[in-house]
Design a binder for this molecule. Structure first.
Ligand code: AMP
Length: 186
């Protein structure tokens, strides 16, 4: 977890590689569908371009299907999901069904100003449609409203690992590994 621009996507890939499990990024799956022009992509794009969340039913079904794939059988790392309380509940049901358990929830803590700068920079290098100043603002806002409250939910469950997301990428990766390597795996 962490606000848009915290470095979730970058770090998720390193974590997945480290543990030999797939990184499942809802944002990446949506973007792949947008570029293939699928029905899901057409629906998701409307929300993504405005910086809004794709409706829970759509997102939940997509994650459910993805974690049913054979490569996720040994375990998986979710990037950008869950983002709402309804998604937390849905994920609880999904992992119970597959016999998995949630081992840890990593939150990257970052300075809001720094994050906005990162996103504006990414707009220049990657040209993502949702990296314009207005949409960036809306994405930060909706994160605060819908997703930030999940931090307390997972803290109460004893699963939360807060990592300082500022600094060099490999420094942040090392902080995450140091914290995750001592978590007992289910
Ligand atoms: P991301 O790459 O994680 O920043 O996601 C890009 C966009 O995809 C978000 O701004 C949302 O529009 C959509 N999205 C990704 N994950 C979710 C989710 N768990 N729930 C709803 N919308 C999502």
């Amino acid at each position: 977890m962490g606000p848009p621009g915290a470095g979730k996507g970058t770090q998720a890939k390193f974590i997945a590689e480290h543990f030999g499990i797939p990184a499942i990024s809802t944002g990446d799956i949506f973007r792949a569908n947008v570029s293939r022009g699928t029905e899901l992509g057409v629906e998701a794009k409307r929300y993504m371009d405005a910086g809004e969340y794709v409706p829970d039913e759509v997102t939940n079904l997509m994650v459910r299907n993805r974690i049913d794939e054979p490569d996720a059988e040994p375990g998986f790392m979710l990037d950008g999901y869950p983002r709402t309380l309804a998604q937390v509940e849905e994920l609880d049901g999904m992992i119970k069904h597959t016999g998995h358990a949630l081992d840890a929830v990593v939150v990257l803590t970052v300075d809001q100003e720094e994050v906005v700068q990162r996103l504006l920079q990414r707009a220049e290098t990657e040209g993502r449609a949702d990296d314009t100043a207005d949409v960036i603002r809306r994405r930060q806002e909706i994160y605060g409203e819908e997703t930030a409250p999940l931090i307390e939910v997972y803290r109460d469950r004893g699963l939360l690992i807060e990592v300082d997301g500022l600094g060099e990428v490999d420094e942040v990766t090392r902080r995450i590994f140091d914290a995750l390597d001592v978590v007992p795996q289910s």
